[in-house]
Design a protein around this ligand. Structure first.
Ligand code: PEP
Ligand code: MN
Length: 363
């Protein structure tokens, strides 16, 4: 489902120098003038032009460092002035928006706890009316693409046209290695809905630890994300928030230049085009065969339904299905297909077959 958003392409924002990835970097929180200046200098030294820093921090527990607040905006002004960087921060209320506009913040992002709240989204959208600054919307904490979409719609209806998305993963129901559940499929769904919007991945909040930054960033590049928002701090061990996931500017440079491979979105090279075309036509033929096999299978299901009806037999014989599924998993496994895929695929086929038989029986 494509949702219509009236947007200005990121190439016209004047923020990023392509090619990919477009990088936004800076500390989780602005802690002091020295800390932001030193970090920003380290980043700008290797070509990062867009600086992030949280001025107001949404902390899970009260009593933790909740950000420097308005005085921190003056530090961001200094970064703009002295280093020529663009600066951005998180806004979670209309007051934050007004302060950002007053202090010349170039771009804002909406955090995951805020994009989950339609009341706050409306308040922020109203406060942004009549401004021209870009707004990046993080996914809501819950895996809900409609809620994420609604946040974009509210901003767009208020006239915000420079819009982008940040994928930072979702709250996990169970303990996992990462801080957040990646849920890449939901990001792909948003990508399909809004192909024109620039898409950033936030490996810092998704991974929650320095050791996962490279693999998550690589995954994002493989999936064709245009950008990365990464937390970087001049002295990560002493950071007042998210200490374990921040990188020094030097380590971020190493990550970007040595540890990830950026894939091209596409290629115009003639041999690439020729080969990919040949491979895709093979896939097309196989898909056509799959469709015709599936349709023959459903025809047999209908006959079985009719036969069961004639003999007054129930549709479901679970023993038979369990045995068949196990056999398919065994055979498929020996052909290199994963158990997860085989179970999901054959269960879907079975469900459809039961539906078809039900139709026959209820006639
Ligand atoms: C942040 O970017 O500093 C932040 C609080 O992130 P999130 O909203 O993704 O938790
Ligand atoms: Mn953070």
């Amino acid at each position: 489902m494509a949702v219509k958003i009236d947007s200005v392409p990121v190439s016209e924002w004047g923020f990023f120098t392509l090619p990919r990835p477009m990088v936004i970097a800076g500390p989780c929180s602005a802690e002091s003038e020295e800390q932001v200046m030193e970090t920003a200098k380290g980043l700008s030294a290797f070509g990062i032009h867009v600086f992030r820093a949280g001025i107001w921090k949404p902390r899970t527990h009260p009593g933790c460092f909740e950000g420097a607040g308005v005085p921190g905006l003056k530090w961001l002004q200094r970064i703009k002035r002295e280093l020529g960087m663009k600066v951005c921060t998180e806004v979670a209320s209309e007051k934050h928006v007004y302060e950002c506009i007053k202090h010349g913040v170039d771009m804002v992002w909406i955090g995951a706890r805020t994009s989950a709240n339609p009341f706050l989204m409306q308040e922020i959208a109203d406060a942004l009316q009549g401004t021209d600054i870009p707004v990046l919307v993080k996914n809501p904490v819950s895996p809900d693409v409609d809620l994420w979409t609604g946040a974009l719609e509210r901003l767009n209806m208020a006239g915000v046209k420079k819009l982008g998305l940040i994928h930072r993963g979702f709250t996990a129901m169970h303990k996992i290695a990462y801080r957040n559940e990646p849920g890449w499929g939901l990001a792909i769904e948003m990508r399909t809905r809004f192909p024109e919007l620039p898409f950033f991945a936030d490996p810092s909040h998704m991974g929650g630890s320095r050791k996962y930054l490279a693999e998550i960033s690589q995954r994002a590049m493989d999936l064709g994300f245009e950008g990365l928002m990464v937390e970087s701090h001049c002295d990560p061990a002493c950071a007042l928030s998210d200490a374990s996931q921040q990188l020094t500017p030097r380590d971020l440079q190493r990550l970007l230049e040595e540890q990830i491979t950026v894939r091209d979105a596409d290629s115009d090279a003639a041999d690439y085009r020729e080969n990919i075309k040949a491979l895709r036509s093979r896939i097309d033929v196989i898909d056509e065969n799959l469709l015709s096999l599936l349709s023959s299978r459903m025809d047999v299901s209908k006959s079985i339904g009719q036969y069961k009806k004639d003999h007054n037999i129930a549709i479901l014989q679970m023993d038979r299905w369990d045995a068949l599924l196990d056999e398919m998993v065994r055979q498929g496994g020996s052909k290199g297909l994963s158990e997860r895929f085989l179970r999901a695929f054959f269960n879907d086929i079975h469900e459809e077959s039961v539906r078809v038989q039900n139709e026959v029986l209820s006639k």
